[in-house]
Design a binder for this molecule. Structure first.
Ligand code: SDX
Length: 429
């Protein structure tokens, strides 16, 4: 017998169907609320509102669980590579050996950019932020590849997906090379996804380059851990923008812009800046923890807290472990990593953070690994975007393939502005 919730508004009492998810989570379905009551709900920031049903990623914030298509993130991190994980997220199943090779081959086919796109990079100032470059050039794919823009055409969809997976690393690396005045390094398709990106980032025409296998493994892991996370801000942006039936390139470009924000993916860059500031300040960590707790001080501990996780972010746990191992193996001292661990310890023993269930999130330690790999901090969120791309694509496809058909996203509002008033001509104002 399916459960219902009763809602009484004035003399009107209605039953709301209660839907139950795979893991037993219950939601009240208010799809017919306005039709039955002429009332809507209000939920700033959507903390209590589900935008859709989804079969892609399960996040249990209380228990710190994260699964892609049912597979625990810990297992995928251990046993998959990023391309395999991308296939899983986009197609819903782990690929067979043939399916995976076919997927890899199709991605490899599209790693080059249209030569005309190189002039876009030349137009950017040297200090352009790499996220602004990424969102601009990904948006420009809709100009240079206008032969596959129809979102409802399966062939166009497939081609756009391969192009994005293949070209985003190239765009990211070209943007970096442009910013340091070095020549673009073209993709080499005999390399793996992560080897290729690192060689495009760090190789120079005059020297042979071989990516450190530890860094290739670390990048692979980080991309997997960032690959999807349900209806987060940037994924919801991709869905919102994509719901207008604009092409996939433009929807992904919008997602990149949303991810750039310091409250979202931009937190990895903001966190390193915060740790460097604390380190250079020489003051006690306590001073910054007190600032983070002060409601009148805008300072927040970047890389801490989460809308959904009220437990340790499982991704942060894995990344912290990799930091430790990489630093030890490369006998690199990292005062920033020591500081981060000390900061975590102080915060997690402080009632302010305990009461609010604020823990390190995916962005707290990731920047430390990127630094060890020689990735400049303005590129940290670009790497988050490279990881999140298959998740964005999977959600965009899931929305387009929704059984009942896709509807444009158009929230309502509660109007609290002026009631009708008479126009006042300029001479009387
Ligand atoms: C990502 O959604 C996702 O899944 C995102 C993500 C993904 O994979 O897509 O996981 C990636 O974006 C991780 C989050 C990265 N952002 C940061 O690290 C920025 C710092 N964190 C905060 O700004 C905050 O925790 C958010 C933005 C992450 C969550 O904000 P919420 O859910 O709106 O929580 P809130 O701001 O209402 O905070 C609740 C309370 C407040 O105190 P009170 O009003 O109760 O007194 O906790 C406090 C906040 O002031 N608080 C913090 C804090 N985070 C929350 N206080 C100090 N430092 C912090 N970092």
């Amino acid at each position: 017998m399916s459960e219902t919730a009763k809602l009484r508004i004035g003399d009107n009492e209605i039953d709301l169907p209660v839907l139950v998810g795979t893991e037993g989570n219950r939601v009240m379905d208010i799809t017919k609320l306005y039709a039955q009551t002429s009332c809507i709900t209000l939920d700033e920031g959507y903390a209590n509102t589900g935008s859709t049903t989804s079969q892609i990623t399960y996040v249990d914030g209380e228990k710190g669980i994260l699964r892609y298509r049912g597979y625990p993130i810990e297992e995928l991190a251990e046993r998959c590579d990023f391309t395999e994980t991308a296939y899983l997220l986009i197609h819903g199943e782990l690929p067979s050996a043939d399916e995976l090779e076919d997927f890899r081959r199709n991605v490899r086919l599209h790693t080059l950019l249209h030569e005309g796109m190189k002039t876009i990079f030349a137009g950017f100032p040297r200090d352009a932020h790499p996220m602004a470059i990424l969102s601009s050039v990904v948006g420009a794919l809709a100009i240079y590849y206008e032969d596959a823009l129809r979102p409802n055409d399966p062939d166009h969809q497939e081609l756009a997906i391969y192009r994005l997976l293949a070209k985003m690393p190239t765009i990211a690396a070209f943007g970096y090379k442009q910013s340091i005045g070095q020549p673009f390094i073209y993709p080499e398709n005999h390399l793996t996804y992560c080897q290729n990106f690192l060689q495009m980032m760090f190789a120079v025409p005059s020297d042979r380059y071989e990516a450190d296998p530890d860094f290739v493994d670390a990048l692979n892991l980080l991309l997997i851990l960032h690959a999807d996370h349900g209806q987060n801000c940037s994924t919801s942006t991709v869905r919102m923008v994509g719901s207008s039936t604009v092409n996939l390139y433009s929807a992904i470009s919008a997602g990149i812009c949303a991810l750039w924000g310091a409250l979202h993916g931009g937190a990895n860059e903001a966190c390193i800046n915060m740790l460097e500031k604390i380190n250079n300040d020489g003051a006690s960590i306590g001073k910054f923890v007190d600032r983070a707790k002060d409601p009148n001080d805008p300072f927040r501990l970047m890389g801490f807290g989460h809308r959904v996780y009220k437990n340790y972010d499982p991704r942060a746990k894995i990344i912290k472990g990799v930091c430790d191992r990489l630093l030890k193996k490369h006998s690199v001292a990292s005062p920033i990593f020591d500081l981060a661990r000390e900061l975590e310890e102080v915060a997690l023993s402080d009632p302010y953070f305990i009461d609010r269930k604020l823990y390190p999130n995916v962005d707290f330690y990731s920047g430390i690994i990127y630094r060890i790999m020689g990735i400049p901090k303005q590129m940290f969120t670009v790497l988050f975007a490279l990881g999140r791309l298959p998740g964005w694509i999977a959600h965009w496809r899931e929305m387009h393939d929704a059984p009942g058909g896709m509807r444009i996203h158009r929230p309502r509002q509660l109007y609290t502005g002026s009631s009708q008033r008479k126009f006042v001509p300029l001479i009387k104002r």
